[in-house]
Write a protein that binds this ligand. Structure first.
Ligand code: UGA
Length: 438
């Protein structure tokens, strides 16, 4: 029965392609719909338009199986029983709120093609109340269909693993039938023992933003401790390790450094604040404003460390920057702290040379004025100071003795607290990091 379900995925960005390829790998026929014809042309050939470990092979394999297809033609969804909405909900340019244009147009576009009994499951991160609004809209445009919300918790860099073996599955539904259809779709995942949580629509929407807010708060908490450690001559890495042994606190997401970025955490906490205000519950999320402020301050703090080494005037000072992406194993530079710091140093007059294993192309598209370098050793040549800003494995593998002869001055600032300080110091480097006074 389960394998008879036909699926569609609306919106083939990061989330959509991952979801489509993973559901296809579970044996379902999946059609992915995307308005960007260039993306569709690539996907049809089994080529991934972005970098995500393991997804390239899975995509090629599923295209070859014949179960997975991509199209710009939305009428191709007409035979599907279950439709996953995976379009983006970026921050609006004029406020903190989420831009729901893509979600709204996806619902309008699919409505005329939905077959009787079809279930539409939203996966996009939306402000609470959106699902109910879309449900009312579908009641007019496609009364034969039903709406559910099924938030997604995948992390970039682990997208396939997180989709096929998630920590939990959350479904917001308004009928037993909708829950049954989703259970059929996720049957192989449920069989792994994955917790299944049935919720109402608003709770399902809220679970997602609550989870991201908690994660953002945890990171900003440790970065606040980093500020205190700097002021009090402490060491935040030791502090994090020590508090992390308490299972109630846990050691994950306690990595102090230049803070969080990406297409999710920053915009999600802002949209959550904006929505709380609309709901008359502004005060409940005031702390997220502080979480955001601490996070943005981390970027400024690292620039202060640079100035304390090179002097206030950075004009023409040669700075090597390791990393542009918001995290390793991704080519995503959206709201990347590393790229932001590179841009700020460039604007302050410094001569920055930027390296990244995967993120140069997208970074260049946003900031063509920056100097990028494909080779890490050329990046480091004659640098007066080096910043480690994205924690790629390759950077931890650099030999401080070998590169000591390449740079002009042996000054390393570790914005991620992940390089081996003793090793760098033993090779004669001045080594500084956020949250460690020593
Ligand atoms: C995040 C959530 O972790 C996912 O569960 C969620 O599904 C996703 O957003 C989403 O909403 O789609 P992601 O954006 O891939 O996933 O990245 P994270 O792994 O959460 O990292 C976010 C940022 O926090 C990165 O810039 C990372 O460098 C930073 N970070 C993380 C720290 O600065 N310190 C830490 O201890 C952990």
């Amino acid at each position: 029965m389960a394998m008879n379900l036909q699926l569609s995925v609306i919106g083939c960005g990061y989330l959509g392609v991952t979801h489509a390829a993973c559901m296809s790998s579970l044996g379902f026929n999946v059609v992915g719909v995307e308005t960007d014809a260039r993306k569709v042309a690539m996907l049809q050939k089994g080529e991934l338009p972005f970098y995500e470990p393991g997804l390239d092979t899975l995509l090629a394999q599923e295209i070859a199986s014949g179960r997975l297809t991509f199209t710009t033609d939305v009428s191709a969804i007409k035979d599907a029983d279950l439709h996953f909405i995976c379009v983006g909900t970026p921050q609006r340019s004029d406020s903190f709120a989420a831009d729901l244009t893509y979600v709204d147009s996806a619902i309008e576009a699919i409505a005329p093609h939905l077959k009787p009994g079809a279930l539409v499951a939203g996966k996009s991160t939306v402000p609470v109340g959106t699902a109910q609004r879309l449900r009312e809209r579908l009641a007019v445009t496609a009364p034969q269909a039903e709406l559910a919300w099924n938030p997604e918790f995948l992390r970039e860099g682990f997208a396939v693993e997180d989709t096929l073996r998630p920590n939990r599955l959350v479904v917001g539904v308004t009928s037993d039938r909708a829950e049954e259809i989703l259970k059929q779709a996720y049957e192989p995942v449920i069989a792994l023992g994955t917790p299944w949580i049935r919720a109402d629509l608003p709770t399902a929407e809220l679970v997602k933003v609550a989870a991201n807010s908690f994660l953002a708060t945890k990171i900003s908490f440790i970065n606040a401790m980093a500020e205190i450690c700097e002021a009090a001559d402490g060491d935040v890495t030791v502090l994090a390790q020590a508090i992390g042994y308490d299972p109630r606190i846990g050691n994950k997401f306690l990595q102090a450094g230049i803070g969080f970025g990406g297409g999710c955490l920053p915009k999600d906490i802002r949209a959550f604040m904006a929505r709380a205000e609309e709901l008359g519950a502004k005060q409940a999320l005031e702390f997220l404003r502080e979480v955001d402020a601490i996070n943005l301050r981390a970027r400024l703090r690292v620039i202060e460390v640079v100035r304390s080494e090179l002097g206030r005037d950075l004009t023409a000072r040669k700075i090597a920057i390791l990393g542009t992406t918001f995290k390793p194993d991704s080519d995503d530079v959206r709201d990347s702290p590393a790229l932001d710091i590179a841009v700020q140093l460039h604007r302050a007059g410094a001569q920055v040379l930027v390296h990244d294993p995967k993120g140069i192309k997208p970074a260049k598209a946003r900031f063509p004025e920056l100097n990028f370098e494909e080779d890490v050793y050329t990046t480091l040549k004659d640098a007066e100071l080096t910043l480690h800003l994205t924690e790629w494995k390759e950077y931890r593998a650099l030999d401080p003795v070998e590169i000591a002869s390449i740079v002009k001055d042996k000054i390393m600032i570790d914005g991620r607290n992940l390089l081996n300080r003793e090793l760098w110091r033993a090779a004669g480097w001045k080594f500084r990091a956020l949250g460690r006074s020593d």
